[in-house]
Design a protein around this ligand. Structure first.
Ligand SMILES: CC(C)(COP(=O)(O)OP(=O)(O)OC[C@H]1O[C@@H](n2cnc3c(N)ncnc32)[C@H](O)[C@@H]1OP(=O)(O)O)[C@@H](O)C(=O)NCCC(=O)NCCS
Length: 181
């Protein structure tokens, strides 16, 4: 497996196909996700990485520094409280946000997701990483927990999504996804 930076625009169809297979999206959902992806391609500061096997995309992830212009981002940060003492990530500044991460079902449980998350997050300068996942996506929750993320107790989008985060412990060694295994 090869994990490399990914030009989303150039691999749009493959990216969408992986996302749809991973989540069993129907045609309507696929079209909606394609529209989101096309909008996001223009987002400055978006980083994307892809995992390839024999030239085929088997997984990808992308993210960007948290942007207060995103309504969910404002909501999560307000809920967490940005003041010292306001939560485990208070005083650590704005996080890096993982926006999507999907692996083709044929490649699940082979370390692809872990490799993608590490590759995406290793170079970031932010001191913590934030993401949201569907509350019902419990397998994804276990994956993120295995990678050092914990739930923040903050719901997003009518309770349908939960926020999770991981960061460098203050004064301690970097935790996943910044380093380690
Ligand atoms: C969640 C997902 C990205 C995981 O990708 P993956 O490549 O299978 O994950 P990895 O093989 O790197 O797993 C790393 C560790 O996470 C944990 N893990 C991964 N999938 C898990 C599952 N289904 N149940 C429990 N733990 C899981 C394990 O601890 C695993 O280590 P191990 O295999 O040595 O036990 C993938 O299942 C997926 O794309 N799911 C559908 C889309 C999705 O939910 N994306 C996330 C959106 S927020």
């Amino acid at each position: 497996m090869r994990v490399t930076p990914l030009a989303l625009g150039r691999h749009l169809e493959q990216v969408l196909a992986v996302q749809c297979r991973a989540n069993r999206f129907d045609g309507v959902e696929t079209a909606a996700r394609g529209a989101v992806l096309r909008r996001r391609i223009g987002t400055p500061a978006l980083d994307a990485v892809g995992a390839f096997r024999a030239g085929e995309l088997v997984g990808y992830a992308y993210g960007a520094p948290l942007d207060d212009g995103w309504p969910w981002a404002r909501h999560v940060m307000a809920e967490l409280g940005d003041a010292p003492g306001g939560g485990p990530y208070a005083g650590l500044g704005r996080p890096y946000a993982v926006l999507e991460l999907h692996v083709d079902p044929g490649s699940w449980r082979q370390g692809v997701g872990r490799a993608l998350l590490h590759r995406l997050c290793a170079p970031v300068s932010q001191r913590w990483v934030l993401l949201t996942r569907q509350r019902s996506a419990t397998a994804a929750g276990r994956f993120y927990a295995a990678l050092g993320f914990s739930e923040l107790g903050v719901s997003v989008g009518d309770e349908g999504y939960v926020a999770m985060a991981a960061g460098r412990a203050r004064g301690g060694p970097p935790s996943c996804p910044f380093g380690g295994r």
